[in-house]
Design a binder for this molecule. Structure first.
Ligand code: R5P
Length: 304
C-alpha cells in the first residue's frame, strides 16, 4: 500500500536516513533547514510527499532545543502536505532523563515533549534505548505506536567482530542499576557473565560508584551504558574496577553525547576500546543503528 516509502533526514539524522533508505529500498527525500537571522528555524520539505508513506529521521542532539523545533516543524509539515503515513525515527530522544519531578516545582520535561509530539501526530515513533525507567506506557504518552529499539545488540556485534579473543572469560559491567538491561543484553550476546555497580549522583558532573559482588579480578571488562555525557560515570566506573584488579577495559555506549571535554577525559583512561553507536555523531560513533531501525520499520512498511 502507498508505493515506495520516502525517508527524509533532518540535520541530525541525515546519516541514518541515507542508510535506512538503502536498507529499506526506499526513496531518499530531502528537507531544507535554515536559520533566520533572528534565530528562528525555517523548514521546507523538498520532496512531493502527498499520498506517500514518509519516514522522518532526526536525533534531538547536538543542540536539543534547535533539533526539537526542527523536528516538530517538519513532522507537522509532512502531515499538512498530505503524507499518508508519518513515521518519526528519533535515534536520540532528548529530555528523557527528566521523567519525574525530582525536586518540587520542576518541569517533567519528557511529558511536555511527548505532548508536543502528540500535537503533530506521527503514526509511530521509533527511538533507540530511550530512558523508560519510570514510563510504563510510552505509546499512550506519545499518542502513537511506539518502539524503543536497542542499539546494544549492534554494539555486541562490534565487540564480537573486533575483540572476541580479548573479552574471553570477561565480565560485562553496567555502571548503575538502570544499566542492568543493557549489561544483560550485551552479556547474552557475547556469552559472558554480567555485573551491575551501584551509582550515586553527587552533581550533574560527579558520581560515586561502589562495586559489591562483582568478580572482575584479572578479568577483561566490557562496560556498557546508554549515554556518555560528561564521562563522569565511566571515569568513576573504570577507577573502581581497576581498583579491584580488573584486566583490560572496553567501553561501549549507545548515545555518545561526549559533552565538553568528555572525549579527552576518556582517551586518558587508556582503554582497550571506546565505541558508541551513531544515534549521535561523535569521534566514537562507529556502530550504525540503521540496521536495527530498518528491521523494526520493515514491520510497518512491509516490502514497500
Ligand atoms: C544515567 O542514568 C545514564 O544511564 C548515564 O549513566 C549518564 O547519563 C552518564 O552521564 P555522565 O557521562 O555525565 O556521567
Amino acid at each position: 500500500m502507498g508505493g515506495r516509502p520516502i525517508v527524509i533526514g533532518g540535520s541530525q539524522g541525515e546519516h541514518v536516513a541515507v542508510q535506512l533508505a538503502r536498507l529499506l529500498g526506499a526513496e531518499l527525500g530531502g528537507v531544507e533547514v535554515q536559520r533566520f537571522p533572528d534565530g528562528e528555524t525555517y523548514v521546507r520539505v523538498l520532496s512531493d510527499v502527498a499520498g506517500r508513506r514518509v519516514v522522518y529521521v532526526n536525533s534531538l542532539q547536538r543542540e536539543p532545543n534547535e533539533s526539537l523545533v526542527e523536528t516538530l516543524l517538519t513532522l507537522d509539515a509532512l502531515r499538512d502536505l498530505g503524507a499518508s503515513e508519518v513515521h518519526a525515527v528519533i535515534p536520540y530522544m532528548a529530555y528523557a532523563r527528566q521523567d519525574e519531578r525530582f525536586k518540587p516545582g520542576e518541569a517533567v520535561s519528557i511529558a511536555t515533549l511527548a505532548k508536543l509530539f502528540r500535537a503533530v501526530g506521527p503514526d509511530s515513533v521509533y527511538t533507540v534505548d530511550m530512558h523508560l525507567h519510570r514510563i510504563s506506557d510510552p505509546a499512550a504518552l506519545f499518542g502513537a505506536r511506539f518502539r524503543n529499539i536497542t542499539g546494544v545488540r549492534e554494539l555486541a556485534k562490534y565487540v564480537r567482530a573486533h575483540h572476541a579473543e580479548r573479552v574471553r572469560g570477561g565480565v560485562v559491567v553496567g555502571p548503575d542499576e538502570e544499566a542492568e538491561q543493557w549489561a544483560r543484553t550485551m552479556a547474552e550476546e557475547l556469552g559472558l557473565e554480567y555485573a551491575v555497580l551501584e551509582k550515586r549522583r553527587l552533581s550533574p558532573t560527579e558520581v560515586r560508584i561502589e562495586a559489591r559482588g562483582a568478580d572482575v579480578r584479572g578479568r577483561p571488562v566490557v562496560i556498557v551504558d546508554d549515554i556518555i555525557s560528561t564521562g563522569g560515570t565511566i571515569v568513576e566506573a573504570v577507577r573502581v574496577l581497576r581498583g579491584m584488579g580488573c584486566g583490560e577495559v572496553i567501553v561501549a555506549c549507545v548515545h555518545p553525547l561526549l559533552v565538553g571535554r568528555a572525549y579527552q577525559r576518556l582517551l586518558q583512561l587508556g582503554l582497550a576500546d571506546l565505541v558508541g553507536t551513531d544515534t549521535v555523531l561523535s569521534p566514537i560513533s562507529r556502530v550504525p543503528v540503521a540496521p536495527a531501525i530498518a528491521e523494526a520499520l520493515s514491520e510497518v512498511l512491509g516490502g514497500g
